[in-house]
Write a protein that binds this ligand. Structure first.
Ligand code: FES
Length: 161
C-alpha cells in the first residue's frame, strides 16, 4: 500500500514529536490517521506503517489488536461500543448491549445491512459510576444509557443518516 503525500506529511508531523531513534513511538498516531482516512486499518496498511516506522509488522498488529478504537474491518458509519465490564454489568450493561442489538437486528460485532451501525461490546471506558456507559465512534461518551436513551440515540443517528 502506498500512502498519499498528504498522509505521509501527517505521519512525518507525528514522527517529529519523538527522538529520531524512537520514531516507532508514533505508531498509534499513524494508525489513527489511516483509520480516519480509510475507516479501518487493513493488514496492508499495518505493513506499510511498519515499513515507514522501521518496525516489525507484528508489532504494529499488536497495537491494532490491543485497542478497541482501531477497526480491523470496515465498520458502519456509527460504531456503538457498549461497555460490558463488571461495574457496568452490575447496572445493566449487558442488557444495554442486548437492547441495542435487538433494536438494530444485529449480533454483537455485527453491522446493519444499510451500513449505518456497527455494535460492539467494549472494555471499561473509565466512567463506571455512570453505568451503563457507551461510546459513539470512539469519541463521544454517553452515560446512564437506559432503554429510552438508547432508543433516542438510535432514532437521532438514523435521522442524521
Ligand atoms: S465498567 Fe463500564 S465504564 Fe467501567
Amino acid at each position: 500500500m502506498n500512502f498519499s503525500e498528504a498522509t505521509l506529511a501527517l505521519f512525518a508531523r507525528e514522527v517529529a514529536k519523538f527522538p529520531a531513534d524512537q520514531k516507532q513511538s508514533a505508531v498509534m498516531a499513524c494508525l489513527a490517521i489511516v483509520q480516519h482516512e480509510q475507516g479501518h486499518v487493513s493488514q496492508e496498511a499495518e505493513e506499510a506503517i511498519a515499513a515507514y516506522l522501521g518496525m516489525p509488522a507484528i508489532a504494529v498488529h499488536e497495537v491494532t489488536t490491543f485497542y478497541n478504537m482501531y477497526n480491523q474491518q470496515p465498520v458502519g458509519k456509527y460504531k456503538l461500543n457498549v461497555c460490558t465490564n463488571l461495574p457496568c454489568q452490575l447496572r445493566h450493561g449487558e442488557h444495554a448491549l442486548d437492547h441495542v442489538c435487538k433494536r438494530l437486528g444485529v449480533k454483537p460485532y455485527g453491522t446493519t445491512e444499510d451500513g449505518l451501525f456497527t455494535v460492539q461490546p467494549s472494555e471499561c471506558l473509565g466512567a463506571c459510576a455512570d453505568a451503563p456507559v457507551m461510546l459513539v465512534n470512539d469519541r463521544e461518551m454517553l452515560s446512564f444509557m437506559d432503554d429510552d436513551k438508547l432508543d433516542e440515540l438510535i432514532d437521532t443517528l438514523r435521522k442524521e443518516g
